[in-house]
Design a protein around this ligand. Structure first.
Ligand SMILES: Cc1cc2nc3c(=O)[nH]c(=O)nc-3n(C[C@H](O)[C@H](O)[C@H](O)COP(=O)(O)OP(=O)(O)OC[C@H]3O[C@@H](n4cnc5c(N)ncnc54)[C@H](O)[C@@H]3O)c2cc1C
Length: 490
């Protein structure tokens, strides 16, 4: 087996282990850091972190995927065998590590960095793209754009890997759609035993449902066939509504994309909302359109970050979002809306970090949940910076579905000090909000901090224990482990 210099970051690997992998070469941590959008290392050495920036994790080493699924399978399988026999520690699979609780890492374990596996092959006639799991939406959108297509479902930013997106079963601003699992025709999976299996609704169907939303616990997604959607110019329509009327107002209209924003202004905290709908402009659907970046990112950033730590800043931001944004917003292509990096709004401070939560509530219970959340958050020391509302339709495909009926997803962004004390306070708040969601029949999302209790995970994901039993059957060692599995999988 040939393992190149670029494939193994050998910090912590014994010389024998490295030789067994076919390489005694050491790759410097700075080289690895240069590959990713997130600073991957911090002193004193091979510590990886994720988007939380409060999760430094010492790993055994990083193995890089090859550009093709076939070569990746050949490269990784010998290590999987060594893990199965106990000669090496287990492996976590990573995309761009925008999860926030160690889901893409394993303390003391191997990390498979899938990013080099980024081949893209569009079948225009079928409206399906075959894409390597390490490719990001940033790679994929320009290819689709040139053919008049767009992703059907993705996150609201373009930074994420396809493998990570499928493994968390992502969703974004697409109205009237279940999460991304619903758009997958087929995928190729590398199993714990080193087999490469085709999974689809009709072939290895049980595994298909476990892998979509399965957080890398059931194997490595090598590539996927995704249904694509016609690109178009979208016209934005803004309405301001009391949050208590949001659900009714939303139900009264239709759109292809939509999102809501709730006020974090102390004067109207969570009680006012803006609903933004996008409708396609006649004559532009499926045409080839210019791909640009959303305008004035510096200004957007200044307004957003200016509201951090400042009540006045939040009041100013809310009035701009309500009054100015509808006037300034221009028609934009679907791809342009989705082609935005998360870094535009990211916290770059050394002291604090933006921590995300997401709760899913049945549509008619939105206001019930928000009233409880308003009181709980107002009484907590944590600072809420942003709330968006997404339309997520019932998911019948993922074994670990978070949207088992039509729900609104409420994405909350909190600004948190990067200290253990602040993390403890966040744990307390998260558990209270999870209970509030559960009280209205809701659930919560798993890619963020792992603050839920084991009982809360099982209540939100009734299929959890059965999924873990299947994992024990398919991967008895287990070969694939990560922070999520360590927290709740055993
Ligand atoms: C700023 C920000 C914005 C976000 N916005 C959204 C949003 O709009 N919608 C949404 O749904 N989520 C969102 N998320 C949540 C979520 O973290 C990302 O959707 C997710 O991280 C996806 O991509 P990734 O490449 O970063 O995955 P990673 O964080 O690298 O991995 C996530 C999980 O997938 C597994 N995995 C990765 N690649 C593979 C593979 N090839 N095979 C098997 N398993 C794999 C990992 O083991 C891990 O468990 C956001 C996160 C951040 C930080």
């Amino acid at each position: 087996m040939k393992v190149t210099r670029r494939q193994v970051l050998t910090h912590g690997v014994t010389a024998a282990g490295a030789l067994a992998l076919g390489s005694a070469a050491t790759l410097s941590a700075t080289r690895w850091a240069g590959l990713g959008a997130i600073p991957a290392t911090s002193a004193p050495g091979a510590l990886l972190d994720d988007a939380s920036r409060i999760n430094p994790t010492a790993v055994r080493g990083v193995l890089f995927a090859d550009p093709t699924p076939e070569r990746t399978a050949r490269t990784v399988t010998p290590l999987l065998r060594r893990i199965a026999t106990g000669e090496d520690p287990a492996m976590a699979v990573a995309g761009v590590r925008h999860s926030m609780g160690g889901q893409s890492m394993l303390a003391g374990g191997w990390v498979l960095d899938t990013r080099p596996m980024n081949r893209i092959d569009l079948d225009r006639a079928a409206g399906v793209v075959r894409v390597g799991a390490g490719a990001t939406w940033r790679d994929l959108i320009p290819v689709l754009n040139e053919a008049g297509f767009s992703p059907t479902v993705m996150q609201s930013n373009h930074d994420f890997s396809i493998g990570g997106s499928l493994s968390v079963n992502c969703h974004g601003w697409h109205a009237s759609h279940p999460p991304i699992a619903s758009t997958v025709r087929r995928l190729l999976l590398l199993t714990a035993e080193g087999d490469v299996l085709t999974c689809s609704p009709t072939e290895n169907a049980e595994l298909f449902g476990l892998v979509l939303g399965g957080y890398g616990m059931f194997g490595v997604i090598l590539e996927a066939d995704l249904e694509v959607w016609p690109n178009a110019i979208y016209e934005p329509h803004f309405v301001s509504v009391p949050t208590s009327e949001y659900a009714a107002r939303f139900a009264a209209g239709t759109s292809e994309m939509a999102y809501g924003r709730l006020s974090v202004d102390p004067l109207s905290f969570l009680e006012e909302a803006i609903l933004v709908r996008f409708t396609p402009k006649a004559g532009t659907v499926g045409t080839v359109l210019p791909l640009t970046r959303p305008s004035a990112p510096e200004l957007q950033r200044a307004i957003f970050r200016g509201s951090a730590g400042s009540d006045v800043g939040k009041t100013l931001r809310w009035s701009l979002e309500r009054e100015a944004a509808p006037w300034l917003a221009a028609p934009m292509s679907r791809n342009t809306i989705q082609n935005e990096p998360a870094a535009v709004f990211a916290d770059r401070s050394e002291e604090t970090s933006d921590i995300l939560h997401e709760y899913f509530v049945p549509r008619q219970r939105l206001w019930d949940f928000v009233q409880t959340a308003r009181d709980v958050i107002a009484a907590s020391p944590m600072e809420l910076l942003n709330v968006t509302v997404r339309d997520v339709r019932a998911d019948t495909r993922s074994a670990l579905a978070y949207a088992r009926e039509d729900v609104f997803g409420l994405v909350m962004s909190f600004r948190q000090e990067r200290t253990a004390r602040a993390d403890d306070r966040m744990r307390e708040l998260t558990r209270t909000l999870i209970d509030a969601a559960a009280a209205v029949g809701g659930t919560f999302y798993l890619p963020y901090r792992l603050h839920a209790t084991a009982g809360q995970v099982r209540r939100a994901y009734p299929g959890w224990d059965a999924a873990m039993a299947t994992k024990r059957r398919l991967d008895p060692k287990p070969v694939f482990r990560n922070g999520l599995y360590e927290a709740y999988g055993r």
